[in-house]
Design a protein around this ligand. Sequence first.
Ligand code: CP3
Length: 354
Amino acid sequence: MVTPNQKKITKKMLVTLNGQKTTTPPLWLMRQAGRHLKEYLEIREKAKNFLEFCYTPDLAVEATLQPIRRYGFDAAILFSDILVIPDALGQQVEFVPGTGPKLEAISSFDELEKLSKDGLHDHLSPVYEAIGKICCELPEETILIGFAGAPWTIATYVVEGGGSKNYQKTRKWAYDAPDEFGVLIDILVDATADHLIRQIESGVEVVQLFDSWAGVLPPSQFVKWSIEPAKKIITRIRAKHPDIPIIGFPRGAGLLYQRFVQETGVNAISIDATVPVTWAAKNLQPYCVVQGNLDNLALLTGGPAMEAEVAHILAAFADGPFIFNLGHGILPETPVPHVKKLIELVRGTSVGAA
Ligand code: CP3
């Protein structure tokens, strides 16, 4: 009898995440669903705000599938947002059109009691329902990626009350009172691990942890607030689901990507566009699968500039397991034909007209 673990892995993303090289690398793009697609803008109007959109399973399913229908990527990523975690913990979260996320800032130890995990699973149940539906509709060769924001990145939104230029309040709190700030990080570790485990139990096959603002931390702080929380989350996930591949994305980590890989034991590392590919091929790829790292501005620009960058990346990572992706999310202004050209460059075959 063949058990699920012994089943032959055929999906290209899973073959690669299993450490094997494929003839051409699997391909998906961070933020592949969303505003660069006119079909997304059409359904986006059906919900009164962005969070309601995320919590309406049929809309989340449709937004997840749109880029797969148009481009045939090797992976779909669940349509949701990293800020559903503070929202589910009871913090007020709002997405203001044109400005971005706005939260009722929490900046003292006493205010942490406003956060509670009690309603987490009920609040996020529409997300798990969407995952179940997406799994039924994806093409057989396409995998579904679940995700969450890493505790440090979420903490910056929780403490600053939204996006920030220098994360001054958060970083100062972390230096001034690491034990108190650590309580916030632990709340987020716990909620994030639960959320990712539930996503896996609902059907996602891979998870990615987005530490989008890890790059502002100097080494001592990076270890404490990016590596350590990631390790705890990974330990929690592996205790229940040892075979689910985990992709880490400590964006902007520079030389510290290496330490992140060694100490967290992620299966794959997503690197941003500033990382020299020859360095990553030598120092990261022998230890884990590398994902990345086309500059999203090169994709937006297209033409010879994009072609040169793509060729450089493909050549650098040709000898090991590699997932083609961007260094950060696709920009809303990106023309669809540029994405199709990129797919052709990576796969050597063209995408059908649509
Ligand atoms: O294709 C996908 O990747 C779909 C799911 C997805 C979204 N956000 C949808 C979204 C994912 C994986 C995210 C992650 C996310 N969200 C991150 C980490 C990745 C990164 O880019 O660094 C961060 C930092 C956020 C927080 C966030 N969400 C911000 C700052 C904003 C506003 C700015 C912006 O880009 O609009 C969002 C809103 C958001 N999340 C949109 C989408 C499609 C746009 C909302 C709209 O339709 O108006």
